[in-house]
Design a protein around this ligand. Structure first.
Ligand code: NAD
Length: 452
């Protein structure tokens, strides 16, 4: 690991990556490799957890194409020196900010959207002029291998390399002196990464998880709300970091909500054999999910197939914050439904817990929308929708508090891998005397008059 990181450091120090044309060339190359290997990428992810070609394209590969195109189009602007105002004390002079790449970056990916979560940060890192080492998640072993094959066979390892492995390899990597660590994964492992980075004062972006609430108020378009919510919850069988983890629904519309949700699940045909659903990633996670189902509280679903690692879309009702399913992020196709009648109280309950990665509010009342958006702190979210905010790269995507540090997508990704160097440039034809010794009373008087 040390040798690889050292070789990347030397490559970075050659200034090759500072050239915008080089960055654009590498991004174009990545796009053409992905386009030429879409089928290989699909086969790999299908082997890992039966993700369909439709979902592989819409939730992974197409997002990467979008990021690459956007980066190619805007990298010149993003990396341009920016002039800023100069304060009075520094006049005459000019001030500007130079975006510079941080250097050698490490990207540690999660398994649930294995291509997107490893390659989207890599696109941002390349656009910003860094060298990149990706450590994909080892759980979807075929996607990890596919990424390693495509990147390692086509790119100079001193610039861009995939290193496969699990805890041991990641630990080894975390002992190296990177210039940036970008981690996507769970809160407990996020803490390990942050601690390792702190020892070497390495800047981090941590894209973590948590329990994201969806609030269904009494005044919403229930039909469309349920449709959007059910799609968002059971996409990838609930194995989505920004999936609505649980629902709090106003007591007046609870029964109607449950009925519509059950109907929507039936209509959606979440069936693996129809390429409409995915497997749970491994036996351990399926067992963890099974243990979260309180049989007495099943409204619909609850069945599972151990051999094929499938769990039915499940809704649990009459749930309170004390239930087992409400203690940790679910990360699977179980939707607990809690009832409320006092919005203030439910806001307090949410605020008493770690700040969520996302929050969704379904309402047609402006005042309620404003209240929820203003009073609850969370990474990002949507009004009358769920999950789709991630697709707008004009908004940074990331968590706050325990759901993460920093953000990415679009220019925010470029910023995550950049340092902004502030420069004051002075002419030499004049030099006011105020700051120089000896410090006299009359100089102080003039300074006070000028600065205020
Ligand atoms: P994870 O934390 O188990 O693993 C993430 C990465 O860390 C993997 O590459 C893994 O090899 C490595 N890792 C695991 N244990 C480690 C250890 N002890 N030391 C060093 N490295 C270690 O997460 P996961 O199961 O892959 O993903 C699920 C979690 O990720 C959920 O909590 C989910 O919400 C979160 N997530 C967040 C986002 C986001 O964008 N915020 C996106 C996807 C997933």
């Amino acid at each position: 690991m040390e040798e690889i990181v050292e070789a990347q450091k030397q490559f970075f120090n050659s200034n090759t990556t500072k050239d915008i044309a080089f960055r654009i060339g590498q991004l174009q190359k990545l796009e053409s490799i992905l386009r030429a290997n879409e089928e290989l990428l699909h086969q790999a992810i299908y082997k890992d957890f039966k993700k369909s070609a439709f979902e592989n394209y819409t939730t992974e590969i197409s997002l990467l194409y979008h990021d690459i195109k956007e980066a190619i189009k805007r990298v010149k602007k993003w990396s341009a020196q920016k002039r800023v105002r100069t304060n009075l004390a520094n006049l005459p002079g000019k001030s500007y900010i130079i975006p510079e790449p941080l250097g050698v970056s490490l990207i540690i990916g999660a398994w649930n959207y294995p291509y997107q979560l490893s390659l989207a940060p890599a696109i941002a890192a390349i656009a910003a002029g860094n060298t990149v080492i990706i450590k994909p998640s080892e759980l979807p072993i075929n996607t990890s291998k596919a990424m390693a094959k495509l990147i390692n066979e086509n790119f100079d390892p001193n610039f861009f390399k995939v290193i496969e492995g699990g805890v041991a390899e990641t630990t080894d990597l975390l002992n190296q002196k990177f210039d940036k660590i970008f981690f996507t994964g769970s809160v407990p492992v996020g803490k390990i990464v942050y601690q390792a980075a702190a020892k070497k004062l390495i800047p981090v972006t941590l894209e973590l998880g948590g329990k994201s609430p969806a609030i269904i108020t009494a005044n919403c378009d229930l039909k469309i709300s349920v449709k959007r919510l059910i799609w968002a919850k059971y996409l990838n069988a609930g194995q989505t970091c920004i999936a609505p983890d649980y629902v709090v629904v106003h007591e007046k519309v609870k029964e109607e909500f449950l009925k519509l949700a059950k109907k929507e699940i039936a209509q959606s045909k979440f069936l693996i054999e129809e390429d409409n659903y995915v497997q749970i990633i491994n036996d351990k996670n399926l067992q963890r999910l099974i243990a979260l189902i309180d049989k007495d509280k099943i409204y619909t679903g609850g069945e599972y197939d151990l051999e094929n690692r499938i769990m039915e879309p499940t809704i649990l009702t009459n749930i309170t914050f004390e239930d087992k399913v409400m203690q940790d992020e679910i990360f699977g196709p179980i939707l607990p439904v809690l009832e409320y009648n006092d919005l203030n109280k439910i806001i307090q309950e949410i605020k008493a817990r770690p700040k969520p990665l996302s929050c969704y509010v379904f309402t047609s009342v402006k005042k309620i929308k404003r209240k929820i958006l203003d009073e609850i702190s969370f990474g990002g979210g949507a009004v009358n929708d769920a999950v789709m905010h991630i697709a707008n790269s004009n908004m940074g995507f990331g968590g706050v508090g325990e759901s993460g540090i920093g953000s990415y997508h679009g220019e925010y990704g470029f910023r995550a891998f950049s340092h902004y160097k502030g420069i004051l440039e002075k002419p030499t034809w004049i030099e006011p005397n105020f700051k120089y010794h000896p410090h006299t009373k009359s100089k102080l008087k003039w300074i006070k008059r000028l600065i205020g």
